[in-house]
Design a protein around this ligand. Structure first.
Ligand SMILES: *Cc1c(COP(=O)(O)O)cnc(C)c1O
Length: 389
């Protein structure tokens, strides 16, 4: 291995760049998680997460990747054989469906073309057709990280209400929380699932459930087998700032710092920053004459942009050239779109010149890979950034 000078550009849509402030905050002694000092940390991070979820309800923090919190949302609220309505927005929705099936749930999986979010009218129609209320939960991925489409959760809530259906609403915000506007209480979400390594600017290793009163009530009668993931022991211990088992103490230090940073910048400013970088990125893609995978402008993701290459051009080869020449990692195409798309992450701790560097690397890489494109995407993005404070 030889030394590579300068910062690696980690522009995959998660893990995102971990700010130095967060890295330094982790560099503290691991303390007694049953001692008095720990309780203060525990109380601060749970309370801070409630602000980010925009909820006054319960939040639990697991020492697990997002996948663990996916499973937790299901095993706490549902029983074997329960019907769950899910939507094929992309690879992550497909993986969550797979977990639900493995757990013994009956999933009605609405097929999709991976180029848009969940259609609220489809939710309404499916629920209206279920007059016997055999569907117990609706599972939606808010920001589909494999495609760059963001589903409109507020409108989906309204669709469930129009159908007057009692199903629980379970939402995956693993790549959106802390980067895209999200309102657990206002949108009447029952369980929101989140992770640490994307919008929250932390290393991988923590995940979250925000839990409505209705979801908590459902957990009293849910019979899917669960032990480690059970909410109640966690909620009981959290009341005094503790955890029922050993927490990821140093990641909680990181979380405390990231929450302070989000608070200092202001969540609405954080969301506006992401919106602006996403728009600049799309202007670059259009100027290049390439195609944005997401086809519905109302559902463009502020977290990442997936770019569809012309037939016959391998997106992974473009990524490999960019990694080797410019030390930048871009997101690979997942599942059905492998080799057809690459993804630019513009989430987390990110600013204008980081985006300028990212897009420059992409533009140079497209040329080196022999992809037919029109130069000038970087200029289009810079012009927008300069003109739009
Ligand atoms: C990353 C991601 C996951 C999986 O999270 P892990 O931390 O890898 O377990 C699930 N859903 C979405 C939308 C994601 O972006």
């Amino acid at each position: 291995m030889t030394y590579t000078a300068g910062r690696h550009f980690l522009q995959i849509p998660g893990p995102s760049n971990v700010p130095d402030r967060v890295l330094r905050a982790m560099d503290l002694p691991t303390i007694d998680h049953r001692g008095p000092e720990f309780a203060e940390l525990g109380l601060e991070v749970v309370d801070g997460m409630k602000k980010v979820f925009r909820t006054s309800a319960d939040v639990v923090i697991y020492p697990a990747s997002g996948t663990g919190a996916w499973e937790a949302a299901l095993v706490n609220t549902l029983s074997p054989g329960d019907r769950v309505l899910m939507f094929e927005t992309g690879q992550f929705a497909t993986l969550w469906r797979g977990i639900a099936s493995e757990l013994g749930l009956e999933v009605e999986f609405v097929e999709g073309d991976w180029r848009r979010g969940v259609d609220p009218a489809e939710v309404e129609a499916r629920l209206a057709a279920d007059s016997g209320h055999s569907i117990k939960a609706v599972g939606v991925v808010h920001n589909e990280t494999s495609t760059g489409s963001t589903s409109r959760i507020g409108e989906i809530r309204a669709a469930i209400d129009r159908a007057a259906h009692p199903a629980l609403l379970l939402v995956d915000t693993i790549s959106s929380l802390g980067s895209i506007d999200y309102r657990h209480d206002e949108w009447g979400v029952d369980v929101t699932v989140a992770g640490s390594q994307k919008g929250l600017m932390l290393p991988p290793g923590l995940s979250f459930n925000a839990i409505s009163a209705k979801a908590l009530a459902a957990s009293k009668s849910a019979t899917l087998p669960a032990a480690y993931w059970r909410w109640q022991p966690m909620l009981d211990a959290n009341k005094s700032g503790y955890f029922p088992y050993t927490p990821a103490t140093n990641l909680l230090y990181a979380l405390r710092e990231a929450l302070r940073m989000l608070e200092e910048e202001g969540l609405d400013n954080v969301f506006a920053r992401h919106r602006r970088h996403a728009e600049a990125t799309r202007r670059a893609v259009r100027a290049w004459g390439l195609e944005i995978l997401c086809q519905n402008p109302d559902e463009y993701s502020d977290v990442l942009t997936a770019i569809l290459l012309p037939e016959g051009h391998d997106a992974d080869r473009v990524r490999q050239i960019i990694l080797e020449r410019f030390d930048m990692s871009l997101g690979t195409g997942l599942g059905k779109v492998q080799g057809r798309v690459f993804r630019i992450g513009h989430l987390g701790d990110f600013n204008d010149l980081m985006l300028a560097g990212t897009l420059s690397g992409v533009e140079m890489g497209l040329g080196l890979a022999g992809v037919p494109f029109t130069p000038g995407g970087v200029s289009a993005a810079l012009e927008y950034l300069a003109d739009t404070p």
